[in-house]
Design a protein around this ligand. Structure first.
Ligand code: GLY
Length: 325
């Protein structure tokens, strides 16, 4: 058994000029998690650090820089699972939480599994988190994309309420002296871009997580696979951990993350299980996406049927993280 971490920055279509940003974003996340594992820290802490890095990177569709709903809001979903205890924490449809993975982790240590919307935000406040302004999560790029309509025929949006939110956000950010603007790494930013990570620590604890803004232009209240254990993520000690990205409805239909765990349990390798699950996704649905896997020995697997999937991983026997698209 060896400690290891693998992260993804979402399946989709990353144009060559954004390969570098996609790889470096994932490499930074893998390094953030690895530093914790290498110092003997827990897989839970490593996953939180890795996902926070990706949520704070406006190039990915999670946390700051996430895509907008049809009516111009950011609604975030996130889940995390501890494979040793089988504890799960997830939140969905939140609009005022900068780092959903931190709150999902707090849910994991509570009696709950999944909290949604205003109730999840109230739980976050009760747990000591400061709620952000909804506009803080919206980047100028994503606002402009929404204004122009995500798809042909969407029509242009005018958002007086959003304009006010963003003006408040911009005033605050220039007062603080930052401008963290960046274009998304995905060219077709109507699809995908969910982030995720799986880690195993010195004690053999496996933790898996995923975090997303969901589909661009989604209906208010739409929830995909990302906060649903067994669909967008799954971890079980002695078997492995999985994190998914792609067309969430199809990952839900197939319970795809749990399928990967079942393939591992029947003896498939991490890579074999990843490949088999993506073959199933393509064979039984029109869904597109990818997933990452760690088995209980810290061996890595990943597969996709999308054009690209940003990813990075680091294991004990590597001198530095490998990052790719
Ligand atoms: N896979 C992310 C979503 O569909 O929301």
């Amino acid at each position: 058994m060896g400690r290891a971490i693998i992260v993804h920055g979402g399946a989709g279509l990353i144009p060559p000029e954004r390969f570098h940003a996609a790889r470096e974003g994932c490499r930074a996340a893998a390094e953030a998690g690895w530093q914790i594992l290498a110092a003997g820290g827990s897989a839970l802490d490593a996953i939180e650090a890795a996902i926070v890095t990706l949520e704070n990177d406006p190039g990915f569709n999670a946390g700051t820089g996430a895509v907008l709903t049809s009516d111009g809001r950011v609604q975030l979903d996130c889940g995390i699972m501890n494979g040793t205890s089988l504890d799960v924490g997830a939140i969905a449809g939140v609009e005022r939480i900068k780092n959903p993975v931190r709150v999902a982790r707090a849910v994991l240590t509570s009696p709950h599994v999944l909290l949604v919307g205003a109730g999840a935000e109230e739980f976050a406040r009760e747990s000591g988190f400061t709620l952000c302004d909804p506009g803080d999560l919206i980047t100028p790029y994503q606002y402009a994309r929404w204004q122009h309509g995500y798809r042909p025929g969407d029509g242009a949006h005018a958002g007086a309420e959003l304009d006010a939110l963003l003006a408040k956000r911009d005033a605050k950010s220039s007062a603080n002296g930052h401008n963290a603007e960046s274009e998304p790494v995905h060219a077709d930013d109507t699809k995908h871009g969910t982030v995720g990570a799986v880690a195993i620590d010195d004690d053999g604890n496996i933790v898996a997580s995923a975090s997303t803004g969901g589909r661009a232009g989604k209906h208010l209240g739409r929830v995909g696979d990302t906060p649903l254990p067994g669909c967008g993520f799954y971890a079980e000690a002695g078997i492995g951990g999985i994190s998914c990205t792609g067309d969430g409805e199809d990952f839900i239909r197939l319970l795809l993350a749990k399928r990967v765990a079942d393939y591992l349990a029947t003896g498939l390798s991490a890579q074999g299980a990843a490949t088999a699950a993506i073959r199933l996704l393509g064979g039984r649905t029109t869904g597109e996406g990818g997933l990452i896997v760690l088995d209980s020995n810290g061996r890595v697997g990943y597969a996709r049927n999308s054009a690209t999937m940003a990813h990075a991983f680091m294991c004990d026997d590597m001198p530095a993280p490998f990052a790719g698209v």
